[in-house]
Design a protein around this ligand. Structure first.
Ligand SMILES: NC(=O)c1ccc[n+]([C@@H]2O[C@H](COP(=O)([O-])OP(=O)(O)OC[C@H]3O[C@@H](n4cnc5c(N)ncnc54)[C@H](O)[C@@H]3O)[C@@H](O)[C@H]2O)c1
Length: 263
């Protein structure tokens, strides 16, 4: 394989027969890619969730069409709102007969120097990215424990949870929090056979991200990568599938970088 121009990796039934719930799954990035991958890896049912109603219904239709999977559901939900979190997990449990795999993909950022950041902006990024992941994980753990069949949770962190970047103090702090949450929750969930891990991607370019950051910055970030390019969303989704599958049965509380950065 040429690492600079990756060849799409077909499915290998890594999660055959499993049911999957994915948050923030109606965008142009990792969430929807994870949904496509889950179908290709043999999932029997998938619930897509997002805050954007229009995009969600398009995503559900597209996934059904591309995968041929009959059991694809859409459910509006904001990970910041506890009632939404509970009704989303309950909906997925009822419609799929239990959730085997939860992919906590929701997270967002902005670019602002710390000295210019208002509390509102700081809090919004922390609330969606860290608190949202916590809310989903907390309720899913209770439900998986009660069901007694084990399960897997995969969180989406970022290399910025480890590394520094100007104008990213809020996002980096949130992602460092997601990493700590993953490790601590995994220790508690091991008691009832639930594994919790996270991926930490470096950069995935997609149209929505291109709108929110300057071309210069994105080019600079790509240049930092050993491969000189951003990851494809499906390259991150592949690692999520590995962490969702029994191939990672001896991994919990781990943060897996999906990155070719040298420093
Ligand atoms: N794109 C990157 O370069 C990159 C790098 C590292 C980490 N990540 C992380 O990957 C995850 C996915 O990001 P992406 O850029 O691939 O986009 P994505 O397409 O996977 O996600 C965007 C979607 O999130 C939804 N969303 C936003 N706020 C929400 C909320 N409160 N509740 C539910 N849904 C919400 C949006 O409506 C949108 O459809 C995020 O957690 C992000 O921080 C992305």
């Amino acid at each position: 394989m040429n690492l600079k121009s990756p060849k799409y990796v077909p499915g290998h039934d890594l999660i055959k027969g499993k049911s999957v719930l994915i948050t923030a799954a109606a965008g142009a990035g990792i969430g929807f890619s994870a949904a496509i991958k889950a179908a290709e890896e043999g999932a029997r049912a998938i619930v897509l969730s997002d805050i954007h109603e229009g995009r969600l219904s398009i995503a559900v239709g597209k996934l059904k069409q591309e995968s041929g999977l009959a059991e694809v559901y859409g459910k509006i939900g904001n990970v910041v709102v506890e009632d939404d979190v509970r009704s989303l997990v309950d909906f997925a449990e009822e419609n799929m007969g239990g959730v085997d795999i939860l992919i906590n993909n929701a997270g967002l950022g902005s670019s602002k120097l710390l000295m210019e950041m208002e509390d509102d902006e700081w809090n919004r990024v922390i609330d969606v990215t860290l608190n949202g992941t916590m809310r989903m994980t907390r309720y899913m753990m209770k439900v998986m424990k009660a069901r007694g069949q084990g399960g897997v949770i995969v969180n989406n962190a970022s290399v910025l949870g480890w590394r520094a970047q100007k104008e990213q103090a809020h996002y980096a702090a949130a992602k460092a929090g997601v990493m700590a949450l993953t490790r601590c929750a995994a220790l508690e969930a091991a008691d009832f056979n639930v594994r919790i891990n996270a991926v930490a991607p470096s950069i995935v370019l997609h149209p929505m991200l291109r709108k929110s950051a300057s071309e210069e910055l994105l080019a600079e970030l790509e240049a930092k990568e050993a491969y000189g390019r951003a990851a494809e969303a499906w390259e991150v989704a592949n690692v999520m599938m590995f962490l969702s599958s029994d191939y990672s049965s001896y991994m919990t509380g781990e943060i897996v970088p999906v990155s070719s950065q040298r420093s």
